[in-house]
Design a protein around this ligand. Structure first.
Ligand code: TXE
Length: 486
């Protein structure tokens, strides 16, 4: 074991007195009388890392007011000027990469290897990519204008990366932001706010309000918000859609998934097994596009599942600060209980369970990698998003059968197809109702490529040119008046 050095992160927490608060109009707020706080906890150890301020309606009002006041000037800057700020943020994220990674792991429980090699570089790349768009924005998006103030609500599974997915395109397009991180994970958003100051970002362009879903609801209801962007559970997504209906606010939703991972009998089996390890056990399975349903062709069912079980035996679960660990802790006790309940129910309903014996530390929010066989496509465990390291295995006969089972959910976020028959793969891709279909790979993300769902996985895209349109509206009137001389 080689634990990562967490001293700089601990010093950073101490410097702030372990207090994580809203950041409004370029400053961290000083809470008023009788503030409410809730703990920030390390899910791997139960250790209290500090306390998070529960923002009030007054704070949300102030954040929206600051964002409104800053918006016109921000949008009036030429795109290349906004780009300078985004490049500065990018450079500072690179500079503080190690601190971001350690804070993310302490706060969320994910392996340091993942926060260091995936979350932080991907978040940084997202800002870099969008700085590029800002530079060419005025030409590329002539006839479009920003919505104004974007209210953004994000989840806990990729705290910094989800922040980047939301904030980078909003700023590039000339919107200003009021962002609410998930109540479970606040640390990296605090460091990001500090970086905005260091980058000289005009005050009010980026605002942060800390707190739980009640604060999220205040953002959703606020009259001063023009555009809402949400990533989280399908239930809350549905609620936000209802609450904002008729308000005139634009809305994009990135919700849950139950993505199929389809393996045909002609696939490169060893690679398919490795791909699956990544698809379902990366980030403890707390991934909206996790390949949580393995669809494997009948003829190779037994041999494939055997191989997968053997591979699973080699996974290491434990202290996420250990650089050799594959799976860390799940985000909190609530999520751990949710996973445990869903799996116990599946076993009661007849699924066969396979786990690594004594895989997990006895303390902390750990759940072992799990394979469930004897599962029918319509079973609850094959339909509900578990958001944990739990794979349901289903067999299929032929291509049509695979498509039918793949599409037999309420969701449609992602899918994977493994086969050496590229013609079949290219037939499968459009037949599967999912925002992305990976062929002979999984979990491939690129800032230049739009990501988003079908059906109850939501709508709108993040990343790529499509992702920018989510923050822009056509300015028909100005275009028309310029184009039609009387
Ligand atoms: O999500 P919530 P939870 C799924 C996953 C998980 C389940 C529950 O299956 O097990 O959801 O997780 C804010 N108005 N996903 O309860 O509640 C909340 O404070 C406005 C999939 O954590 O949806 C947080 O910032 N905002 C998903 C954010 O919504 C509200 C990622 C997400 O929390 C609100 C996370 C309200 N009324 C969970 N109530 C994915 N697609 O990646 C809560 N929030």
């Amino acid at each position: 074991p080689a634990p990562e050095d967490d001293k700089p992160a601990r010093a950073w927490i101490d410097q702030r007195g372990g207090k994580f608060v809203s950041f409004i109009n370029g400053k961290f707020v000083t809470p008023g009388d009788k503030p409410t706080w809730f703990p920030a906890e390390n899910p791997a150890t139960g250790e209290k890392l500090g306390q998070v301020y529960q923002s009030t309606q007054k704070d949300v009002d102030a954040a929206v007011k600051a964002a409104r006041a800053a918006q016109e000037n921000w949008a009036a800057l030429p795109g290349f000027e906004r780009a300078k700020y985004l490049y500065a943020i990018t450079r500072l994220m690179q500079k503080h990469a190690r601190l971001f990674a350690v804070l993310e792991t302490l706060d969320n429980g994910k392996p340091i290897r993942e926060s260091r090699d995936i979350d932080v570089p991907a978040a940084t790349a997202h800002f870099h990519h969008h700085a590029g768009w800002a530079q060419i924005m005025d030409d590329e998006f002539d006839g479009y204008e920003p919505y104004g103030v974007a209210g953004q609500i994000i989840p806990w599974n990729f705290p910094l990366l989800m922040l980047a997915w939301k904030v980078a395109p909003a700023l590039a397009t000339g919107n200003t932001v009021v962002l609410k991180p998930a109540e479970q994970t606040n640390l990296t958003a605090q460091l990001f706010a500090e970086i905005c100051v260091e980058a000289g970002l005009p005050k009010g362009v980026f605002n942060l309000v800390t707190g739980d879903g009640k604060v999220g609801a205040m953002i959703v209801a606020h009259d001063g918000i023009d555009k809402l962007a949400f990533t989280g559970s399908t239930d809350i997504g549905r609620l936000i859609r209802k609450e904002s209906a008729g308000s005139g606010k634009a809305l994009t939703l990135e919700l849950g998934g139950k993505s199929p991972y389809i393996v045909f009998d002609d696939a490169d089996i060893d690679s398919a097994v490795e791909g699956l390890v990544d698809a379902i056990w990366f980030n403890q399975g707390e991934v909206c596009c996790a390949g949580s349903r393995l669809l494997v062709q009948e003829s190779i069912y037994d041999s494939f599942v055997e191989k997968l079980k053997r591979r699973m035996q080699n996974l290491r679960v434990g202290n996420p600060m250990d650089k050799c660990v594959d799976l860390g802790a799940v985000v909190d006790k609530t999520q751990l209980d949710r996973i445990t309940k869903l799996v116990d129910k599946a076993v009661k309903d007849g699924a066969e369970i396979y786990q690594i014996k004594d895989a997990c530390p006895t303390k902390g929010c750990f759940y072992p990698p799990t394979i469930l066989t004897n599962v029918e496509p319509s079973d609850e465990i094959a339909q509900i998003e578990v958001f944990g390291p739990v794979l349901s295995v289903i067999s299929f006969r032929n291509q049509q059968d695979a498509v039918a089972i793949a599409n037999n959910t309420r969701f449609g976020l992602a899918a994977t197809v493994w086969t050496e028959n590229i013609n079949m793969a290219l037939e499968m891709a459009p037949a599967i109702k999912a925002g992305v279909v990976w062929i002979n790979s999984s979990n491939r993300f690129y800032a230049g490529c739009g990501f988003g769902g079908y059906r109850e996985s939501g709508y709108g895209r993040e990343g790529g040119k499509e992702g920018l349109y989510a923050y822009l509206k056509p300015s028909y009137l100005s275009t028309l008046s310029e184009a039609s001389p009387r």
